[in-house]
Design a protein around this ligand. Structure first.
Ligand SMILES: Cc1cc2nc3c(=O)[nH]c(=O)nc-3n(C[C@H](O)[C@H](O)[C@H](O)COP(=O)(O)OP(=O)(O)OC[C@H]3O[C@@H](n4cnc5c(N)ncnc54)[C@H](O)[C@@H]3O)c2cc1C
Ligand code: SF4
Length: 475
């Protein structure tokens, strides 16, 4: 602990967004860069707790007090080494993680938590700027071959770990570019894709082979993959979207969020979306159904496309401003937040359920009929919802985006061919070694965990790589 009074001397520094009008005119990073002195002071705020709850809360087990102190001491090189020890891609989490660590930071009991995510991002950005993020190809090769299906954060983390163990690693991705949701789900303004490309250069230089435009289960059979490789990792995500069950769902002008977000990311990459397929919010009244991360990304993208009006519907009630009694520290605080996209505009309506989608004579959606709902706990403590009498309302719209989450792995194609067991939640079932019901076939990330977070995908990819390494050593 560098400065014993650091947390008394300095307050928590927040990131500042660029002016809203400026950022709505482009798709570039929302936040301004921070200066070095601010980051060093923030490192000084860390109390180097005897039991560092931040470290316990991080799915990767990042040794946070260690790198906070190194940053305070100005030792950026060792801070990077320590950060990379547990996290292959701190630039992804540094930009996008909700920072479970900060929710558990002891300082938040009486003060504001350490800005761990800001410190993490500065360590890795400085690492890249100083040329310290170099390829680390394996010194010896094992002759074993591993196939990875899916190039999201889980697949990429596993690929890097397995390659560094000395295996031949090939990644199969059905999209035309590598990155999974980092590439085509998360908007450019939250994660510029040059950040993904920069890391991919390292992975390629380490000897990982990437195949794009190859869908396992269609272009290559899953059985062929199992025959040709010593182990297979399924990291195909949880892409089955939850659909809206309501009258009028068949109307035109209603799309899944991922279709909308993918197209905008393609445009940002310079691709041309055929006009007949294009989904655009320009000049439209948009209703986004679903108030999570994906919904917020639809809001920010709609506003940048020039939507007339954007409204988010969320079924759940608005969270409290401060932790509720049943949500004590060090649990993740379930409190009201304003993501950058919601700062930019639009209205959020909570406790609202869509009853019906209303169309015009040409079959296009023109309005949503909805009702307000009340949430109450039943005798068993479960949350129950009931409609508020006479609270029905109709809201006009021209575009409806469904961002209601995902219901697990896509079952057809690869999963069907492999015949692996699924959990009741629709994810691929694994044992404690991350192996599926089919020997030699492993699963990680959203595909086995269900819709989750980047930090969990990286953690799962690393764990699967470790288990695959142990399996190959015995094979
Ligand atoms: C819009 C959106 C915004 C999000 N924002 C955040 C955020 O801000 N912070 C955060 O922590 N998390 C966020 N998440 C969640 C996070 O992106 C995911 O948890 C994470 O990407 C999961 O990683 P993964 O590697 O398991 O799967 P994915 O990233 O989904 O990657 C799976 C890849 O597998 C490929 N694939 C699937 N099947 C096959 C097949 N048969 N053959 C070949 N390839 C296949 C897919 O094309 C895809 O590229 C967001 C999710 C969404 C949808
Ligand atoms: S809990 Fe907060 S103050 Fe304590 S070691 Fe972690 S970051 Fe530092």
């Amino acid at each position: 602990m560098g400065d014993v009074e650091g947390f008394l001397k300095y307050g928590r520094a927040e990131l500042h967004g660029r002016p809203v009008a400026e950022r709505l005119a482009d798709y570039q990073e929302v936040y301004e860069p921070v200066d070095e002195q601010t980051v060093v002071q923030q490192g000084a705020r860390c109390m180097d707790c005897g039991i560092p709850y931040c470290h316990v809360a991080c799915p990767l087990g990042n040794y946070i007090p260690g790198f906070n102190d190194l940053v305070y001491e100005g030792d950026w090189e060792n801070a990077l080494t320590l950060l990379h020890r547990d996290n292959n891609f701190p630039e992804f989490t540094g930009h996008l993680c909700p920072a479970l660590c900060e929710g558990a930071c002891s300082l938040s009991l009486s003060f504001e938590p350490v800005t761990i995510k800001m410190i993490e991002l500065q360590i890795i950005e400085r690492g890249f700027a100083d040329g310290r993020v170099r390829p680390q190809p394996p010194r010896t090769l094992t002759g074993k071959r591993v196939a990875i299906v899916g190039s999201g954060p889980a697949g990429l983390a596993a690929a890097q770990q397995l390659r560094r163990q000395g295996h031949e690693v090939e990644v199969f991705e059905r999209a035309d570019r590598i990155g999974g949701l980092l590439r085509y789900g998360i908007p450019e303004f939250k994660l510029e894709k040059k950040i993904v490309d920069r890391r991919l250069e390292q992975l390629v230089a380490e000897g990982i082979i990437f195949h794009t435009g190859v869908e396992v289960g269609t272009d290559i059979s899953a059985d062929d993959l199992c025959r040709d490789f010593d182990a297979v990792l399924l990291a195909g995500g949880a892409r089955k979207p939850r659909d809206l069950v309501a009258e009028g769902r068949e109307l035109s002008g209603i799309y899944f969020a991922m279709d909308f977000l993918t197209q905008q990311n393609q445009r940002c990459e310079g691709d041309v979306v055929p006009p007949d397929d294009a989904i655009s919010a320009e000049g439209k009244r948009v209703i986004v159904i679903g108030g999570g991360d994906t919904g917020a990304d639809c809001v920010g993208t709609s506003l940048r496309q020039g939507a007339l009006q954007v409204t988010s519907f969320e079924l759940l009630p608005q969270p409290p401003l401060k932790r509720a009694k049943d949500n004590p520290w060090p649990e993740w605080p379930r409190v009201f937040r304003t993501p950058s996209s919601h700062e930019e505009g639009g209205e959020r309506i909570y406790s609202v359920q869509t009853k019906r989608l209303i169309g015009d004579e040409r079959g296009r959606v023109v309005a949503i009929e909805a009702v307000k709902v009340n949430w109450q706990r039943d005798a068993q403590g479960r949350m129950r919802m009931e409609e508020v009498p006479d609270s029905n309302f109709t809201m006009p719209c021209d575009l409806v985006l469904l961002a209601m989450g995902f219901t697990g792995a896509e079952r057809n194609g690869m999963i069907e061919q492999l015949g692996v067991d699924l959990t009741p939640g629709g994810t691929v079932a694994t044992n404690t070694s991350k192996m599926t019901s089919r020997p030699g076939v492993f699963a990680a990330g959203d595909m086995s965990r269900g819709q989750s977070l980047i930090v969990w995908a990286i953690a799962e990819g690393r764990e699967a790589a470790k288990r695959i390494g142990e399996y190959l050593a015995k094979a």
